[in-house]
Design a binder for this molecule. Structure first.
Ligand code: HEM
Length: 468
């Protein structure tokens, strides 16, 4: 990581010829600044800012903040964690997620990342995803021809099952999985509400909403705690993520994660990993439903590669077009649409001196919708990610998983899961959009697709039980 720091510093030092444009976002209101614009239409407002400059100054109430709009400036922020510390809205998340990987900083973050990284090696991911196709097949067995299904909801149910299995190999029984999913939704939405609430007073009141949040948070942790206790009682050597987290030790010191740390990490994986992946899949099926040509190409690839057998990790390199569809969905609708850092010291970025304790934001949504980086950015075009065209995308322009030391630790797992699930579902079902349905992405803790009713149509020969 020190290497990354140095590399990024020398890159900025190497590029003095580039003059950065620094602008102030238009439309600041007295006292509120840009808070109202950000609140009313976050995606539209953020996507409008790169047109003003490489670095854009905002007012969030009385405070100045900066949005890094140019990919090189975003990289400078993300690759220099000592100058641009994880923080801003995440200070609140720390209280809610415990001291886990996604909220820890500095040396503590480096310690945790070193301990956990082995659990995300490709060989491990191949093991975790061993049963994804089978789990998916079991869920889609219950779908029926001609039925309308809310794809957003269906993907959340499915992902909770897949996540539970990845984390706890035996999975959870169906009732507990559904309960955990309900708790997770409440906790994830509650974290977002508490993160954006300006004063932090509302959450202390004994309102029914706050009590529901507390109960869900407590129950979710209880479910995970029970799994940890059960796992401790079994012989070591399991290959699920929880077993790995309980077993990992640093080669130099033999140090392990404590039970409390494992609990925080598992809850974080559930919060960070299942909603993001489920939303991505819902966007994928929405986009395929709206683009018959891309859908046809995806189906043809899946049929050719799988020849009717379940999708497996080894098939991933050959599902190239399907992967392009998923990457394009992540570009258009990046689940992690806005993230923040805080300057740890007085520093300089994009020809602007900014003092310590200033919030610096990056928005993958704004980057991904910038026409200078992606021509015709609103067009769904999976071929951007194939062959020579993929090589033309400017460095750092595609950022669904972030970059640098806080880059998503689950990126490879998420891509493997989404590809395997897409291939399994699309091998069997065509999902048609219900006429009149409009996609209204909702920027919350993650970018959510909102309700997406779609009609189930079996592909190929209709099996008798598809129509029951
Ligand atoms: C499509 C799915 C996913 C997307 C789009 C996504 C996106 C991201 C992004 C953008 C970050 C960095 C945020 C920042 O820069 O502040 C991040 C961090 C993180 N993600 Fe993911 N993620 C996904 C799936 C997963 C999965 C499956 C897991 C785990 C099982 C996971 C666990 C984490 C963790 C623990 C962090 C914090 C890493 C650190 O700070 O060191 N994510 N994710």
């Amino acid at each position: 990581m020190r290497g990354e720091d140095t590399a990024a510093r020398s890159r900025t030092a190497e590029a003095p010829e580039r003059a950065w444009t620094v602008a102030t976002a238009p439309g600041a209101l007295p006292l509120l600044g840009h808070t109202l614009a950000l609140w009313k239409d976050p995606l539209g407002f953020l996507a409008s800012l790169p047109a003003h400059g490489d670095l854009v100054e905002l007012r969030l109430g009385p405070r100045r903040a900066y949005l890094a709009c140019d990919p090189e400036l975003v990289r400078t922020v993300l690759l220099n964690p000592r100058r641009f510390d994880k923080g801003g809205v995440f200070d609140k998340a720390r209280q809610l997620l415990g001291n886990s990987l996604s909220v820890s900083r500095g040396e503590e973050h480096r310690r945790q990342r070193r301990l956990i990284q082995p659990a995300f090696q490709p060989a491990r991911i191949a093991e975790y995803t061993d049963t994804v196709a089978a789990d998916t097949a079991r869920v889609i067995e219950t779908w029926r021809a001609g039925r309308t299904l809310d794809v957003s909801d269906a993907m959340h149910v499915l992902l909770m099952r897949v996540a539970a299995r990845t984390l706890f190999s035996t999975g959870l029984d169906e009732r507990t999985t559904d309960e955990a999913r309900e708790c997770l939704r409440t906790v994830s939405r509650g974290i977002y509400k508490r993160t954006v609430a300006p004063l932090g007073l509302m959450e202390k009141l004994p309102t029914p909403g706050n009590r529901h949040y507390d109960r869900s948070n407590h129950r979710l942790r209880q479910i995970v705690e029970e799994m940890i206790t059960q796992r401790r009682g079994r012989p070591a050597g399991g290959t699920d993520l929880l077993s790995i987290l309980l077993a990992v030790e640093r080669p130099d010191t033999g140090e392990r994660l404590t039970d409390a740390e494992v609990l925080d990490q598992v809850v974080t994986f559930l919060v960070a990993g299942s909603e993001t992946t489920a939303s991505t899949l819902a966007f994928v099926f929405h986009l395929l439903g709206r683009h018959p040509e891309a859908e046809e190409r995806t189906h043809a690839e899946i049929d050719r590669v799988l020849e009717g057998r379940p999708a497996a990790f080894a098939d991933l390199p050959r599902l190239e077009y399907t992967r392009g569809v998923i990457t394009e969905a992540l570009r258009l609708y990046p689940p992690s649409w806005l993230s923040t850092r805080v300057t740890a010291e007085d520093t300089r970025i994009g020809d602007r001196d900014i003092p310590a304790d200033t919030m610096v934001l990056y928005s993958s949504y704004a980057l991904h919708h910038d026409p200078r980086l992606f021509p015709d950015p609103e067009r769904f075009d999976p071929e951007r990610w194939l062959g020579d065209r993929a090589a033309q995308v400017p460095r750092g322009a595609l950022l669904p998983f972030g970059a640098g030391s806080h880059k998503c630790i689950g990126d490879v797992l998420a891509l493997a899961e989404t590809t395997l699930i897409t291939a399994t579902i699309a091998g069997r079902w065509r999902l048609r959009p219900v006429p009149g349905t409009e996609l209204r992405p909702q920027p919350k803790a993650t970018l959510e697709p909102g309700p997406l009713p779609m009609l189930c149509e079996p592909r190929g020969t209709t099996r008798e039980d598809d129509t029951v």
